[in-house]
Write a protein that binds this ligand. Structure first.
Ligand code: HEC
Length: 162
């Protein structure tokens, strides 16, 4: 197996890219080239994401009020998100599909947002005292609405609607 393919496979498994403990810089996640044609046949219509417009608007407002200060107004993240800072923590990653948010199920994302990562030595505050589950779900809907089509398709294959 070529090294590049191995990296793609590892990051798909979440082993290389997702561990906050990893000492190596994080891999920027790209949709694996070999995967894209199978998930997005040429000319196919965009998938219906099952998102409700009003909830996405609410989620976007809550995102700007609570999250944009760290993750960026358009969820673009910190440019140095793959490198530990002087305090040994990873800066806020992009949530817009260019990092590895899409490697995680909705339940996992919800858990990170509810509980944060301060207890594990990370830099993400917990939100469960400040935001309700419905508000967090609306923010996740807004985040998902930002992902490019091929990222959403790949995520949906791993996380089919319940
Ligand atoms: C004080 C800065 C800060 C704020 C405010 C903040 N975050 Fe974070 N967030 C971080 C950091 C830093 C990380 C990386 C955590 C780590 O490495 O332990 C992170 C990680 C995440 C992750 C995991 C991303 C991934 O790809 O695995 C999600 C999802 C997330 N944040 C969502 C949110 C949402 C939603 C809000 C608003 C409700 C928010 N964050 C507010 C700093 C912040």
């Amino acid at each position: 197996m070529k090294l590049r393919n191995l990296i793609v496979v590892l990051s798909l498994l979440g082993l290389a890219a997702c561990s906050p403990e990893a000492d190596t810089p994080r891999q920027a996640a790209r949709p694996p080239a070999a995967h894209t044609p199978a998930t997005a046949p040429p000319g196919s219509a965009p998938l219906d994401r099952g998102l409700e417009f009003g909830r996405v608007v609410t989620g976007g407002r809550l995102y700007r009020e609570n999250c944009a200060v760290c993750h960026g107004r358009e969820a673009e993240g910190d440019p140095n998100w793959q490198r530990r800072n002087a305090q040994g923590r990873f800066p806020p990653p992009p949530l817009n599909g260019t990092a590895h948010t899409w490697h995680h199920s909705r339940d996992v994302l919800k858990g990170v947002i509810r509980n944060g990562t301060l207890a594990q030595g990370g830099g993400m505050p917990a939100w469960k005292q400040k935001l309700s589950d419905e508000e967090i779900d609306a923010i996740i809907d807004w985040i998902i609405s930002r992902w490019p089509e091929e990222i959403y398709r790949t995520w949906r294959e791993a996380n089919p609607p319940k």
